[in-house]
Design a protein around this ligand. Structure first.
Ligand code: GLC
Length: 740
């Protein structure tokens, strides 16, 4: 996953093409500064002011313009009416689909299917490019260990390896092998870096991340994105160890350029350069421009400090023209890679690219594979439609085409959504009576006046399917929660439904892990669907009725209580790790117990130290057993590859997919290592009764980490290795890395 970073300087000066070099040499200073400026579009209208700015060469990029004819007009001005005819980058947040909406990225991550994630990104790029968008601000690859943070919804979860693999897949989907081809757009790895560690899960907060943790946990997905050829990066809003990322030279010069040799360009987040003054890093916007530009931030998103101050900063030699030329060269090179100089940049005024059947099929497939079966008591699922007369469909999210799309869907259209209700009604035979009661106006309602009707319907049913969770607005940017229970009176509704004594299937649509412990014993089955997008209904209906088998695995830990956060699987062992034999619940402590009587371990007195559901967990309708975990050898040298084999046996009654996961632990090292680290995974299809042998291979890079001296290295010594269907797997082997 990680090519050993040569700590020596790596050239990040891409050789400019003849065309770009020639263009650069002909540019006036204000035209160069113009390329470093991204301005906001006017949603389908081009003011004369904006038109003149483009005509005069003061604009390199426009964000949030997606009206095809308007984009065409802007590009026409840039290419035909400006002095040098430099085309525009048209940027948009195409985070999990443009028109066809796929599951939120956290849901896509639950599919553990890089190929599908890449397909989804390719389709999103095709649809966005059809209106002239040529740059997306995705993938968001911030490691997210805190479900209070609203932006966990946009992330690919808590694990560096899974996030790296899926983030690279998105880059490949957006950019393809040749960005100049129609339907490909430039990717943007964001938010560089460490944003997900924001204190208490409040957005835009302070992040204090020791360099060793930054290098081993938060940076790997960005390194992978850089190695995968991501055309651009975006700097984060967040304060990183006292130096906000958007003014952090160590991050954008030493790491990104010198160590990684990144050859694209870096764009700020929305006004994040201007915000350096608010952070208290700079005196004024002039200082902000100087700090950010000299830290390596090439393009300014929407704020105007570069536009206003770079010329003066050049005159006073506080900024070097060579750096300006370097940044302009990087931006022009991306435009050239996109083929913008050779295209007419006039998109066809049609919607043909939207909602193609192939796109909807991929949307349904990834939504199906992203749903995680967390509980299935008494095999309540799947529902046998042939033997069921009445399904009571209950809840505020059962028939809501908007909420199922999730956060960050600027261009999604709810009218194209297929809801759970409509899909179930289509999929069930006419013999099945499906009643539907919303029961609550929204997921945040506290009024219970609709309960009685819902309870009456449910009381007549053979099975109750409750669709609960969070509205889309409760996650995403700046939408953080200090309490992550089901909002409103949903838990009360579940309690009342449980009193009926009927089988209850809970379908949860949410943008984050929720603390389900209060209700988990009240229901028989839980299918966690995240926000599944346009095709939520057909995907969930297939799973509920057994037309598809759940195969999703959690990309993030589910805590029992919010007070456990941060809680993640790849934690350090500490000197007094929690163990069951030392655990005692607060309520079981004898009165007046002496201070030293309790298990002195890393626990909370009022909740068990384990998660409610662990990273990598997910049930199937079938069952899998793992055996014959074999290593090619138990002593390997640095130059050798370790082959790992395991046999997966489908002991259940369903042909099904299983995500086989491989974890290691470096038992002793110069810096403490996590108790488990995901290093490989493979989604395999195993027929009922079949035994399938799965092979992995590990090399020295898989055993390497940044040590106490920030050196990328693998240290000799003993390792444990596990393979299984979740991070809780106990099927273990050991090996030793030896010198040689
Ligand atoms: C937002 C987000 C960023 C997004 C940008 C443009 O504030 O932080 O992820 O790409 O602005 O919308």
């Amino acid at each position: 996953m990680h090519v050993a970073a040569d700590m020596a300087k790596v050239s990040s000066n891409p050789r400019l093409s003849e065309r770009v070099s020639q263009l650069l040499s002909n540019m006036h200073l204000h035209e160069k500064i113009g390329q470093l400026c991204q301005v906001s579009g006017c949603e389908g209208h081009v003011s004369e002011h904006l038109a003149q700015q483009v005509r005069d060469g003061w604009v390199g990029s426009v964000i949030n313009e997606v009206d095809g004819p308007t984009v065409n007009y802007l590009q026409h001005i840039a290419k035909q009416e400006s002095r040098l005819g430099i085309p525009l980058l048209i940027g948009r947040d195409v985070i999990h689909g443009f028109k066809t909406i796929f599951p939120i990225p956290l849901g896509q991550a639950a599919s553990w299917n890089a190929e599908l994630v890449e397909q989804a990104a390719r389709i999103a790029a095709l649809e966005a490019n059809s209106v002239g968008v040529n740059w997306t601000f995705a993938p968001m690859i911030d490691i997210s260990r805190d479900p209070r943070w609203g932006r966990i919804a946009e992330s690919l979860g808590e694990d560096p390896y899974l996030c790296s693999i899926l983030g690279a897949a998105m880059v490949d989907g957006f950019q393809g092998t040749d960005m100049s081809e129609s339907g490909q757009i430039a990717a943007c790895a964001k938010h560089f870096a460490g944003y997900g560690a924001t204190e208490s899960g409040r957005d835009y907060g302070t992040t204090n991340i020791p360099e060793n943790e930054l290098r081993n946990i938060y940076l790997p997905p960005f390194k992978m994105a850089s190695d995968s050829g991501a055309a651009t990066f975006m700097s984060s809003f967040s304060d990183l160890n006292g130096v906000p990322a958007s003014g952090n030279r160590w991050l954008m010069k030493k790491i990104l350029r010198e160590e990684w040799g990144f050859k694209g360009f870096v764009v700020s987040d929305w006004e994040s350069i201007y915000q350096l003054e608010i952070h208290g890093l700079t005196e004024n916007s002039r200082d902000s421009a100087q700090k950010a530009f000299n830290a390596g931030l090439d393009m300014e998103m929407v704020s105007t400090t570069y536009r206003e101050h770079l010329e003066e900063l050049l005159e006073t030699k506080q900024v070097d023209i060579a750096q300006v030329d370097h940044s302009v060269g990087l931006i022009l090179s991306v435009k050239e890679q996109l083929g913008l100089f050779d295209k007419d940049c006039q998109s066809p005024d049609t919607a043909d690219a939207f909602y193609q059947q192939e796109s909807l099929d991929v949307a349904k497939q990834i939504a199906t594979q992203s749903c995680v079966l967390l509980k299935n008591h008494n095999q309540t699922l799947p529902i046998n439609a042939q033997e069921t007369q009445h399904i009571a469909l209950i809840g505020p999210l059962a028939d809501d085409g908007f909420e199922q799309l999730g956060t960050w869907i600027f261009d999604g259209e709810p009218q194209h959504s297929v809801t759970i209700r409509s899909a179930l009604e289509s999929a069930c035979p006419s013999s099945v009576n499906i009643t539907y009661d919303r029961a609550m106006a929204t997921t945040r309602s506290y009024t219970t006046d609709l309960y009685s009707q819902a309870l009456a319907s449910a009381n007549q049913a053979d099975v109750i399917v409750m669709c609960v969770g969070e509205e889309a607005i409760l996650s995403g940017e700046a939408h953080c929660r200090a309490d992550i229970d089901l909002p409103g009176s949903q838990m009360e509704l579940i309690e009342k439904m449980a009193e009926l004594g009927k089988p209850i299937v809970l379908v949860v649509l949410a943008g984050r892990p929720l603390t389900l412990e209060p209700i988990i014993e009240k229901v028989d089955s839980v299918l966690y669907a995240w926000h599944p997008g346009t095709m939520a209904g057909p995907a969930i209906a297939d799973l509920l009725l057994g037309e598809a088998v759940p195969s999703g695995k959690l990309p993030v830990t589910f805590p029992r209580k919010v007070g456990q956060i941060p809680l993640y699987y790849n934690q350090k062992n500490s000197g007094k790790p929690a163990t069951n034999d030392q655990y005692i619940h607060m309520n079981d402590i004898p009165p007046r117990s002496p201070q030293t009587s309790l298990g002195m371990a890393a626990i909370h007195l009022d909740t068990h130290f384990s998660p409610l559901f662990e990273f990598g967990f997910g049930l199937s309708y079938s069952q899998f057993t793992y055996s014959q975990l074999m290593l090619s050898q138990h002593h390997i040298s640095r130059s050798e590859t370790l082959e790992v084999a395991v046999t997966v046996h489908n002991t259940g009654d369903w042909d099904a997919d299983e995500v086989v996961q491989l974890y290691i632990r470096d038992l002793v090292a110069s810096a403490t290592r996590p108790v488990k680290e995901l290093k490989q995974f493979s989604r395999v299809h195993v027929k009922r009764g079949e035994h399938k042998k799965v092979i992995f291979s590990l090399n020295i890079n898989d055993l390497s980490f940044y040590n106490d001296e920030m050196q990328w290295t693998a240290e000799t010594g003993h390792f444990h290795l596990w393979v299984g269907g979740s991070s809780a797997t106990t099927l273990q082997q050991g090996f030793e890395l030896i010198n040689g």
